[in-house]
Design a protein around this ligand. Structure first.
Ligand SMILES: Nc1ncnc2c1ncn2[C@@H]1O[C@H](COP(=O)(O)OP(=O)(O)OP(=O)(O)O)[C@@H](O)[C@H]1O
Ligand SMILES: [Mg+2]
Ligand SMILES: [Mg+2]
Length: 476
C-alpha cells in the first residue's frame, strides 16, 4: 500500500529582547551560570511578574508577518509541572486565549507552491538549562537558570505538511521570516530556535488522520529531516505488520540516528492550566497593531520578487539568495559595487556558500566583505586574473581575510596576456603532444580542450584561456 505522511510542527523561538519576559534580568547568552536571575524569575514568594512590552511587540510583529489575526484580548496561564529546570514549578504560558491565530506561510518544494496553516502563536517563558554530567558513573546534573524566564514564542503549524522536504522548507521559511523581522537569533545549535515534530501516516487518498507521535530533540534542519524520515518509515512498517502506532512522545538520537520512546499518552503530563493570577489580561488595541504593522520590513517573498524585478535574477537564484537576510544583504551590497548581478549570485551560491559552510559561518560572519568580493570580481572581469585563479584567491581570502588585489600581487597570480610569452608555451605544448594535434586535425574537437589544459597547467592557471584558444588554433 502507498502511504502519506502528515506533519505538524511546534516551533519555539527565543525572542531577542534585552530583558526577560516578566522581570528585568538580562537575556544575554553565555554569561556564567545563574548570574542572570532574580526573585521574580526564580519564583520566590511574594514577587510579582510584569509583562515585557518588547516581547508583546515582537509577538505582534511575528504574528502579522505570519498573516495571523491578533486577539483583541489574550491572557497568560500557568502550565504546572515539576522539573528541576523550572524554578517556579510552573511556566507562564498562554492556553485558551493565545496572542494570535489562523495564519499561514508559503513554501515551495520542487517548484510546487503551498500554503501551510499556522494554528496559533503564543507567548511563554523559557525554562532553565540542565547539564547532565557525562563522565562514567556520574550521578548529578547541573542547573543554569539564566535562561529561565527568557521570552519565547510558540508557533504551531496546522497538520498541512506532507513530507520531510516540506517540513524543512517550512522551517527554512519560518527562520528566514524571523531573521528578517529581527526578533530572534534563530540559532538551532544554541537553542534559540527549537522544533518538535508531530507526525502520523495514513494510506494515500485517505482523509482521516492516523495516530501521531511527537518527536523532540532535533538540533538542526538536517536532524529534523532525518528524524521525520525515520519516524515515517517506522510507522509505515508498524502498519504493514498489521499493528497500531501508539500515541507517544519520542526523542531523536543523533548518535544512533533513530527515534526512541520518551513517554506514552498515559504518562503524559496533566498540566492543570489555570489563569495566571498575577497578570491582568492583555488587551492589544488596533492602534498598537497598526503601528507595529507599519514597521514590518520587506519580507523574504517580497524581497525575492524585487530581486527578480530589479536585478533580473532567475527565480531560483532569487530564492536561494533571499533564503537568508544576511545573504540577501550581502548580495545587494556587492551588486552596488559590481553591477553584474548574475555573476555575483553565481559566486555567492557557489564558492562563497561552500566556503562559508565549510567554516560553519553565517553570511554576516564571512571573513570576506562585499567590498573585497567586488574587488575580486573586478579583477576577473578586467582580465587581470582567470576564473580559475579567482576561485583560488577567494579560498585564500577566506583563509586569511586578506584583500583580493593584495593576494594577487603578493603571489604573482596576474593573468598572462603577453602573446610572445604564451606563444612560446603553446609551441612547447604542441611539440610535446604531436598525436593530440593529429587527432584534432582529423576532426576530434575535444583534443583542443586537452591542449588548452596543458597550457593552463604549464602556466599554473594564469594563462588567459581565450587567448590560449586563439593561439592554439592559429598554429594547428
Ligand atoms: N494526526 C496528526 N498527525 C500529525 N500531526 C498532527 C496530527 N494532529 C495534530 N497534529 C499537529 O500536532 C501539533 C499539536 O500541537 P499543540 O501545541 O496544539 O498540542 P500538543 O502537542 O498536544 O501540546 P504541547 O504544546 O503540550 O506539546 C500541531 O502542530 C498539529 O498540526
Ligand atoms: Mg504545543
Ligand atoms: Mg506538542
Amino acid at each position: 500500500m502507498e502511504y502519506e505522511a502528515v506533519i505538524g510542527l511546534e516551533v519555539h523561538v527565543e525572542l531577542k529582547t534585552a530583558s526577560k519576559a516578566f522581570c528585568s534580568c538580562s537575556t544575554a547568552f553565555g554569561a556564567p551560570p545563574n548570574t542572570q536571575v532574580c526573585p521574580v524569575c526564580l519564583g520566590l514568594p511574594g514577587v510579582l511578574p510584569v509583562i515585557n512590552r518588547q516581547m508583546v511587540e515582537f509577538g505582534i510583529k511575528t504574528a502579522l508577518a505570519l498573516n495571523c489575526t491578533i486577539a483583541p484580548v489574550c491572557k497568560f496561564d500557568r502550565k504546572n509541572y515539576y522539573y528541576p529546570d523550572l524554578p517556579k514549578n510552573y511556566q507562564i504560558s498562554q492556553y485558551d486565549l493565545p496572542l494570535a491565530r489562523d495564519g499561514y506561510l508559503e513554501i515551495e518544494v520542487d517548484g510546487v507552491k503551498k500554503r501551510v496553516g499556522i494554528i496559533r502563536v503564543h507567548m511563554e517563558e523559557d525554562a532553565g538549562k540542565l547539564i547532565h554530567a557525562e563522565e562514567p558513573g556520574a550521578d548529578y546534573s547541573l542547573v543554569d537558570y539564566n535562561r529561565a524566564g527568557v521570552p519565547l514564542l510558540e508557533i504551531v503549524s496546522a497538520p498541512d505538511l506532507r513530507s520531510p522536504d516540506e517540513a524543512r522548507a517550512y522551517m527554512e521559511k519560518l527562520k528566514a521570516i524571523l531573521e528578517y523581522l529581527e526578533v530572534s537569533d534563530c540559532k538551532m545549535q544554541e537553542g534559540s530556535l527549537r522544533c518538535d515534530a508531530n507526525v502520523s501516516v495514513r494510506p494515500k487518498g485517505s482523509t482521516a488522520f492516523g495516530t501521531k507521535t511527537e518527536v523532540k530533540n532535533m538540533n538542526s534542519f538536517r536532524a529534523l529531516h532525518r528524524a521525520l524520515s525515520y519516524e515515517i518509515e517506522r510507522q509505515i512498517s508498524i502498519l504493514e505488520r498489521g499493528e497500531r502506532v501508539i500515541q507517544e512522545t519520542r526523542a531523536w538520537d543523533e548518535q544512533r540516528q533513530v527515534t526512541y520512546s520518551l513517554r506514552s499518552k498515559e504518562e503524559a503530563h496533566d498540566y492543570r492550566y489555570f489563569p495566571e493570577p498575577d497578570l491582568v489580561p492583555l488587551a492589544i488595541g488596533q492602534e498598537w497593531i497598526e503601528r507595529v504593522r507599519s514597521t514590518l520590513p520587506e519580507l523574504p517573498d517580497a524581497r525575492r520578487e524585487r530581486l527578480i524585478r530589479e536585478y533580473g535574477l532567475p527565480e531560483y537564484d532569487a530564492r536561494v539568495i533571499t533564503g537568508s537576510k544576511a545573504l540577501a544583504d550581502y548580495f545587494e551590497r556587492t551588486v552596488a559595487l559590481f553591477p553584474d548581478a548574475k555573476q555575483v549570485s553565481n559566486w555567492l551560491m557557489g564558492d562563497f556558500l561552500r566556503l562559508l559552510n565549510a567554516k560553519g559561518l553565517e553570511p554576516q560572519e564571512a571573513p570576506v566583505s562585499p567590498e573585497s568580493l567586488a574587488e575580486l570580481l573586478k579583477l576577473q572581469q578586467e582580465g587581470t586574473i582567470s576564473i580559475r585563479i579567482a576561485k583560488e584567491v577567494l579560498e585564500e581570502m577566506f583563509a586569511t581575510g586578506r584583500g583580493a588585489r593584495e593576494i594577487v600581487e603578493a603571489k604573482g597570480l596576474t593573468q598572462i596576456t603577453d602573446v610572445d610569452q604564451l606563444t612560446a608555451i603553446v609551441e612547447k605544448v604542441l611539440a610535446t603532444h604531436p598525436k593530440v594535434v593529429e587527432d584534432y586535425r582529423k576532426g576530434k574537437e575535444k583534443a583542443l580542450g586537452f591542449l588548452v589544459g596543458q597550457v593552463m597547467k604549464e602556466t599554473r592557471g594564469k594563462a588567459n584561456p581565450s587567448l590560449v584558444n586563439q593561439l592554439l588554433k592559429e598554429r594547428i
